[in-house]
Design a protein. Structure first.
Length: 349
């Protein structure tokens, strides 16, 4: 009985071992039959662009402000109470328009007095001249009375001139920028009646850094100029380039006349651009596709290639693509995420 029980236990162990062996064999066969799995990293997505054809201008932009070429303070030549004053800022006036009238009475009386003096001396001159022709007056008498008459005539002309100055007139055609007086004020040569500017002749004065002197001076025939204010732009014409550099500021002055002055008014903040080098009909790309060190990536057969070169011309916005790369695919978006020789995935924009 004991022998039978023992045989049963051994048989159970044997069956258990067979089951374990079968499971192990089954697992081995299962894993051997599976294909090996490998991890393939995704390709870096990039966008590309080709060079465009166009122009590149190279120059310098400098802050300045719009000025009138001539800002004329109208100062009265005589003093007195202002009796008429009918002007205001912004008013357009023509040459010899009356801006103000100063009390004329004192100057009118002065003119009458001078006229009376002149008439008296002129009458004496005529009598002495007649007497001289008859031999009753000497040449010295005639010379003396002639001098007196001429002096009186000069006094009369001066009195007439001062009377005319009581009407303060515009010396030029232009626009009144400032009308600081009022009726009843006392006019004097210390306070202008008005300030007039010719708004058809606007200029900018530019203080250009010393390092640009050789690029500008002597290169006048190739220079181009633009002036921008309030998002409006006009071309400009060169008036003068300073022949010296200011030792204190290390700058030199460039004076420009604005070609389309109707866009601006004096006092406006502006940006003046001096273009001293240009190339036309060349392949170019925006500066944004370059890395911080100026290098770029192109794509050849799906692989990124790192390239470096010094553009023949560039400005803050664009650079010229060198010969041989006109049709290359330059990496735009994603150029900071790829490595030389890396395969890339070109995405459509």
């Amino acid at each position: 009985m004991k022998k039978t029980s023992r045989i049963k236990r051994l048989l159970k162990y044997f069956i258990f071992i067979l089951i374990v062996i079968g499971v192990l064999i089954g697992l081995k066969l299962f894993f051997q039959s599976r294909e090996p799995v490998t991890y393939t990293p995704p390709l870096t997505p990039v966008t590309v662009k080709k060079a465009a054809q166009g122009n590149i201008d190279k120059g310098i932009k400098i802050s300045t402000h719009i000025e009138a070429e001539a800002m004329i303070p109208v100062v009265p030549f005589v003093s007195g109470t202002i009796e008429e004053y009918n002007i205001e800022a912004g008013q357009l006036v023509k040459k010899d328009d009356i801006l103000a009238v100063i009390d004329k009475e004192a100057y009118y009386q002065q003119m009458l007095q001078a006229r009376a003096g002149y008439l008296a001396y002129d009458s004496a001159y005529k009598r002495v001249k007649e007497l001289n022709s008859l031999g009753a007056a000497t040449d010295q008498d005639l010379d003396s009375v002639t001098a007196q008459r001429d002096a009186a005539q000069a006094q009369l002309e001066l009195a007439k001139l001062q009377l005319s100055y009581a009407e303060v007139k515009a010396p030029v055609e232009g626009t009144i920028l400032n009308a600081p007086q009022a009726k009843g004020d006392i006019a004097s040569d210390r306070s202008p009646i008005a300030i007039i500017a010719d708004l058809n002749n606007l200029i900018v004065n530019i203080s250009v850094p010393e390092k640009y002197y050789e690029k500008i001076k002597g290169n006048e025939d190739n220079l181009r100029f633009k002036v921008t204010a309030n998002e409006l732009t006009s071309t400009a014409t060169l008036i003068s380039i300073s022949p010296y550099i200011d030792a204190t500021t290390k700058t030199f002055n460039v004076k420009l006349k604005i070609d389309n002055p109707t866009l601006f008014v004096p006092g406006m903040y502006a940006k003046a651009e001096i273009i001293y080098e240009s190339k036309s009909d060349i392949p170019f790309l925006p500066q944004e596709i370059r890395k911080s060190d100026g290098s770029l990536y192109i794509v050849i057969d799906g692989v990124a290639k790192h390239i470096t070169f010094t553009p023949e011309i560039e400005n803050d916005s664009y650079f010229m693509v060198p010969s041989g790369y006109e049709d290359a695919l330059f990496i735009d978006a994603g150029h900071n995420d790829v490595l030389d020789g890396e395969k890339v995935n070109i995405k459509e924009m």
